[in-house]
Ligand binder design. Structure first.
Ligand code: GAR
Length: 184
């Protein structure tokens, strides 16, 4: 059984969705880790009985020191893959060079890399929008694409658009996890 750890910072809806769809029959979620002690996802992970680690980045002097501790914890879990699911931290090469990880991003990469992608994608004049999953490298949102799903946002309110983005994410992220692990 392939072992994974999931990292999140906020709602944790992608984390929860992956656990519900894949754990423990397809993959084993050893733990979830958040950098935000107030993340709403913490209660979701605990309700599902998953070991939950809180590593507050504010308790570290630098990005590098935080990443060193994160790498140490993940390495200790002995996982096959690290899944970033709304983990809102820029990762240094200390992490990216040592941890095999995948990420989900709310745009059709390479469009709208970086912060506030959801809002920038909605406000753009491109009708075709969507979500992407990709391998993590030292280039922000720049690694090899695993899957994408697109739709036409014409006429949608921001709320409708956001809901559709999450629906697409919840559809392709579990599939992407299996693909990244060569399980399908
Ligand atoms: C998701 O929309 C994800 O694509 C985005 O954060 C949201 C997390 O939602 N990630 C990024 O913007 C990464 N740059 P969730 O906490 O409900 O899964």
């Amino acid at each position: 059984m392939k072992r994974v750890v999931i990292l999140f910072s906020k709602e944790g809806s992608n984390m929860e969705n992956i656990i519900k769809k894949l754990h423990p029959h397809k993959i084993f979620v050893v733990a979830v880790i958040t950098n935000n002690p107030k993340a709403r996802g913490i209660a979701k992970a605990k309700a599902l009985g998953i070991n939950t680690v809180i590593l507050n980045h504010k308790e570290f002097d630098s990005r590098e020191k935080f990443d060193e501790k994160l790498v140490e914890i993940i390495t200790g879990f002995d996982v096959d893959l690290t899944i970033l699911a709304g983990f809102m931290r820029i990762l240094t090469p200390i992490f990216t060079s040592r941890i095999k990880a995948i990420n989900i991003h709310p745009s059709l990469l390479p469009a709208f890399k970086g912060a506030n992608a959801l809002k920038r994608s909605y406000e753009s004049d491109q009708a075709k929008v969507g979500v992407s999953t990709h391998f993590v490298t030292d280039e922000l949102d720049g690694g090899k694409i695993i899957m994408q799903k697109s739709f036409d946002k014409s006429g949608m309110s921001f709320e409708e658009f956001e809901k559709k983005i999450h629906e697409c994410e919840h559809e392709i992220y579990p599939l992407s996890v299996l693909k990244a692990l060569d399980l399908e």
